[in-house]
Design a protein around this ligand. Structure first.
Ligand code: F6R
Length: 606
């Protein structure tokens, strides 16, 4: 959480910082701030405020900031409330700093080094600034080394020293920092999105290494002062991928991009009609040598795992668990050398998932991860990685990351079924062909989006809502329900429809709309009976049903017909429809769809 940018170079620093912060705002939007060097006062000038980057922009607008160097921050509050004082950057003496992470021992440090008098905020971050200033005697590297030797917790620190103009220093533990040197100068950021406007080359700053940026050079040293060569990676994300491209919100743009994103994710991984991970360096033995699978992930990524679980159980008849990464370590999971752990994460930085991967590896498991951001922490921690090619996902609510994660899971399931003799080659090819139809089928749902917009008006005023279905439909609705609640603030619960009458049906009234999904032939009649049960208790029904299963469905239901696919693949069109439902409810309510309250895109605190 928290977005960070640092830039020293030839462009207008104020504009580079503010534009980058707008792109990074998905990491937290409680407050924003920048610090830019000022040659006249020989000290960085700090501009910061509670609120959004647009508020910060208004504050800085009239300022003529003639400088070539500055740092910036968007905050997701942890220690200390949302206020101007608690906004970053923090300045103590010669040190101006922004921080992402949590300094766990900030109280002890304050007491041990008697820093209290120099602090004006309630943040742990300002303690790091004060400590650095205490240790600073003119040599930034020495002060940084001494400071981090005292810090407990996670941190990405980006620092200006007032007597080292034109230089930006950084060091990190766990919390990510990527950096680059390009034509316009040197820059670093908490994530790639902020850099890809300038370059497609970047490197991940290794933990506990001091990074020094100058406009014409980058110097990376380990804690013994030994110089290290940055390991550059390339990314194919383009600038226009990170813009809204005419859509009012990134969420809509990203929903619309899904056919292409799925196509990009699967195209290079199909050879002769069969799944092929050789270009990813993932050996077949990974899938034959395991006797159980454990998926670990959070939120939407975990929901992708639940769909995979249903497929693995029904097609492969294998033992498979799905764990919320935050619960994984504490649940004494059954993990050994024969367990294949699959971690799923868009950002590759979610700390709970990262810690779960480390834990599983210690227990001897092999770890394969499904990740969107190249070179991210989870990717680096894993034995193997399958990257989703979703491109940058900026809206806080995840959409195209989810469906590209699912696409990879379909390939894994096909691969395992083939390797284990569950599918013949022809069965596998036919399964993969169905996956290749997904982009076109998604496109058909997207074309009918106005119909879904009309359905959204049926739930707009609801305070509470249920989403019901069985089997795979239940898995789909768990994600549909998460999407709706996070962007529309409607309390929505996904429930296995057969379970409803064991308690929650008591909550159904005429003010509780029910969204139902019916996409699995074998479950159709039971699901329709369950829908009748809530209808007869007064609920309005919004139904997403596979076209060929719609038959004589009750005309009193508000119905959207989902284009037909094999039942296992109905997740794809249904998910797009449910994403659109959530999107329209939120935008019609006038909410900031891309930045729902209290949330942040990348969750780097446990
Ligand atoms: C919901 C959402 C979150 C993320 C979760 C994991 O729309 O985006 O639930 O899915 O925070 O994030 P990643 O995939 O980055 O690990």
């Amino acid at each position: 959480m928290c977005g960070i940018i640092g830039y020293t170079g030839s462009e207008s620093v104020k504009d580079v910082l503010l534009d980058a912060l707008e792109l990074l705002e998905y990491r937290g939007y409680d407050s924003a701030g920048i610090a830019v060097e000022d040659d006249e006062i020989k000290q960085a000038k700090v501009y910061k405020c509670a609120g959004r980057v647009r508020d910060l922009r208004a504050i800085c607008e009239s300022e003529k900031l003639l400088t070539s160097c500055g740092i910036g921050h968007t905050r997701w509050a942890t220690h200390g409330g949302v206020s101007d004082e608690n906004a970053h950057p923090h300045q103590v003496g010669k040190v101006t700093l922004v921080h992402n992470g949590i300094i766990e021992n900030y109280r002890e440090l304050t007491a041990d080094y008697d820093l209290g008098d120099s602090l004006v905020s309630e943040t742990d971050s300002e303690v790091a600034a004060a400590l650095l200033n205490r240790f600073y005697e003119g040599n930034p590297e020495e002060a940084i080394k001494k400071t981090v030797s005292k810090l407990k917790g996670t941190f990405a620190l980006v620092i200006l020293f007032s007597d080292h103009p034109g230089e930006i220093y950084s060091i990190r533990n766990v919390s990510p920092i990527v950096a680059t040197l390009c034509e316009q100068g040197a820059m670093l950021a908490s994530d790639l999105t902020a850099l890809c406007r300038f370059t497609n080359r970047y490197f991940v700053v290794p933990e506990y290494h001091v990074l020094k940026l100058r406009r014409d050079g980058i110097c990376l040293t380990d804690l013994d002062g030994k110089e290290k060569q940055p390991q550059y990676l390339t990314v194919d994300w383009e600038l226009n991928n990170a813009g809204k491209n005419g859509y009012p919100f990134y969420m809509e743009k990203e929903i619309m991009e899904q056919p292409d994103a799925v196509e990009r994710t699967i195209a290079e991984r199909i050879r002769g009609g069969l799944p092929d991970f050789s270009a990813d360096g993932v050996p077949d033995e990974l899938f034959t040598g395991c006797d159980r699978i454990n998926i670990i992930a959070c939120g939407t990524a975990m929901h992708a795992g639940l769909v995979a679980q249903a497929l693995v159980k029904s097609l492969l008849h294998m033992h498979i668990d799905v764990d919320m990464a935050s619960e994984f370590m504490y649940s004494d999971p059954v993990i050994d050398k024969k367990t294949l752990v699959i971690a799923v994460s868009q950002s590759g930085e979610t700390i709970d998932t990262l810690e779960a991967v480390k834990y599983a590896k210690k227990r001897g498991a092999k770890c394969l991860s499904i990740i969107n951001v190249k070179g991210s922490s989870i990717a680096r921690e894993s034995d193997y990685v399958l990257y989703t090619n979703a491109g940058p996902e900026i809206a806080v609510a995840s959409t195209k990351a989810y469906t590209t994660q699912l696409s990879i899971f379909y390939l894994i399931v096909a691969k395992m079924a083939h390797l284990r003799g569950v599918f013949t080659t022809e069965d596998t090819q036919s399964f993969v062909r169905e996956l290749q139809r997904v982009p076109e089928v998604m496109q058909r749902v997207l074309k009918e989006r106005r119909e879904i917009h009309v359905l959204a008006s049926r739930v707009l005023e609801a305070k509470d809502l249920f989403m019901i279905g069985r089997g795979l439909d239940y898995s789909i609705l768990l994600e549909g329900s998460l999407k709706l609640k996070e962007v529309s603030y409607i309390h929505s619960e996904a429930y296995a429809s057969g379970e409803l009458k064991h308690g929650p049906i008591a909550l159904i009234t005429q003010d509780t709309p029910v969204v139902a999904a019916v996409t699995q032939e074998k479950l159709r009649s039971k699901e329709l009976s369950n829908i009748k049960e809530v209808k007869s208790r007064g609920a309005d029904i919004v139904l997403f049903i596979k076209e060929s299963l719609a038959g004589d469905v009750d005309s009193a239901y508000e119905t959207f017909l989902l284009p037909d696919m094999r039942d296992e693949f109905m997740v794809m069109p249904a998910s797009v429809a449910l994403q659109l439902l959530a999107y329209y409810v939120s935008s019609d309510k006038g909410f900031d769809v891309d930045k729902p309250r209290n949330l942040a895109k990348v969750v780097t605190v446990e």
